[in-house]
Write a protein that binds this ligand. Structure first.
Ligand SMILES: Cc1cc2nc3c(=O)[nH]c(=O)nc-3n(C[C@H](O)[C@H](O)[C@H](O)COP(=O)(O)OP(=O)(O)OC[C@H]3O[C@@H](n4cnc5c(N)ncnc54)[C@H](O)[C@@H]3O)c2cc1C
Length: 382
């Protein structure tokens, strides 16, 4: 997305842009969903949208209109193809299939030749791959690594982890006009567990068993939960046409500490996944134009802004969920029961005003959240 935005901007036409990926990005390895108002820049690629979302409430699935938003679905393969097509028209952009093994800073070595020292005068970043080495004044890294997150305990680290099946059922049990956001009518087992259902007709849907918790489960456990859910909603016989699985970090960990003036971590690796939900796609869409504008100023990459007051809200919610992982059902069901879905989506998009945020937060268990706030605050000063 970043390479495409740069390729389309004449400001970068004299720059050489190299995209290194170990994967040719041809398979449909994920299906993205996100909400937005009106038609967005990727509208032509959207394969489905919904104006209603469902969240469980008192053992029912309560439909909520989300206007002015629409919840939109975009297939990974469609997106990759469109981006690669765009890049193919830019003679200064190159997509190279290589695995990156190391990214490290380069400083002007005293022993460097005059020519090399001139090239490196402002500091560069070196990218080593299985086939060679590249040196560039600006490197954007989207290779995510869980290890540093798990090696600390200052910031809670949960995962949004899931397995999803694209099914075709015998019985017409899905409501194609409604995307089921969070159906908590599944055993919680001490965690935050729910079903996420994206119907494309009365008999076809993506049915995803999702957790917000610390540890991933065995594949069979997710699958057994999907089987039980399909039985519960009386799907009848069904065929599985495709599957997807994933884990998205939910954390306020300071990813920006790995940035340098010449290296910026982006996407999930840069902390662009919303810590309290795992939604990443629309935040990435928002970050890219900001980053492109920032690049034009020629400022050091490690000063690209990363935190705002929403970081604190996310941190407190994660603290609550990490200290008692079973609270998710009550928190999310309660929120959607007491506040309107469009306002909640606006809040999650980080587009609300402070007073709207206070109104949203007043729907929560104040005592539990206040205690979590002080724990987070206490750790910030240690
Ligand atoms: C199955 C799935 C479904 C998701 N659904 C949603 C959703 O509905 N809505 C939403 O907002 N978010 C969703 N997400 C979260 C998030 O939007 C995606 O993970 C998104 O792709 C993150 O973008 P990214 O650029 O950070 O990472 P990626 O898209 O994963 O890009 C990283 C790239 O780096 C490449 N790479 C990795 N290691 C190396 C290496 N050593 N050398 C070279 N290349 C390497 C990979 O091949 C990949 O192409 C989903 C995630 C998954 C896994």
């Amino acid at each position: 997305m970043l390479a495409n935005a740069m390729a389309l901007d004449p400001f970068f036409s004299d720059k050489r842009i190299l995209i290194l990926d170990k994967d040719p990005k041809e398979a449909n390895d994920r299906t993205w969903c996100f909400w937005e108002k009106n038609e967005g820049p990727l509208e032509a690629l959207i394969c489905r949208d919904w104006s209603l979302i469902g969240v469980s409430e008192n053992d029912q699935l309560a439909p909520s209109p989300i206007l002015p938003y629409k919840y939109k679905m975009l297939k990974g393969a469609t997106f990759y193809e469109a981006m690669k097509k765009g890049l193919a028209h830019s003679p200064n952009c190159h997509f190279v299939l290589e695995e990156v093994t190391e990214i490290s800073p380069v400083s002007t070595a005293a022993s460097a030749s005059t020519e090399t020292a001139g090239f490196l005068k402002n500091g560069h970043t070196k990218v080593t791959t299985t086939s060679g080495t590249y040196i560039a004044p600006r490197v954007f890294n989207s290779i995510f690594d869980y290890k540093p997150l798990l090696a600390q305990n200052r910031f809670p680290v949960l995962q949004q982890h899931f397995v999803g099946w694209f099914v075709r059922t015998q019985n017409p049990i899905f409501k194609p006009e409604m995307a089921t956001f969070m159906d908590f009518r599944v055993a919680q087992k001490g965690n935050t567990r729910f079903m996420y259902v994206l119907p494309t007709s009365t008999t076809t849907a993506l049915v995803e068993y999702t957790l917000f918790s610390k540890d991933r489960l065995k594949k069979e456990v997710y699958e057994a939960a999907i089987v039980a859910y399909l039985e519960e909603i009386k799907a009848g016989d069904y065929e599985i046409n495709d599957t997807e699985a994933g884990s998205i970090p939910m954390t306020c960990y300071p990813f920006e500490q790995f940035n340098t003036p010449h290296l910026l971590h982006i996407g999930t690796a840069g902390g662009w996944s919303k810590p309290s939900t795992g939604f990443t796609f629309s935040n990435t869409q928002k970050q890219i134009p900001k980053l492109v504008a920032y690049l034009k100023k020629g400022k050091p990459l490690d000063q690209f802004p990363s935190k705002d007051r929403f970081w604190w809200y996310d941190h407190i919610l994660l603290e609550v969920l990490a200290s008692d992982n079973s609270r998710g059902k009550a928190i999310f069901e309660g929120l959607f029961k007491r506040r309107s879905a469009p306002l909640i989506l606006k809040f999650l998009s980080q587009e609300t005003h402070f007073f709207q945020e206070l109104y949203i937060m007043s729907a929560a268990d104040k005592w539990r959240f206040t205690k979590a706030f002080f724990r987070v605050l206490g750790r910030s000063f240690n």
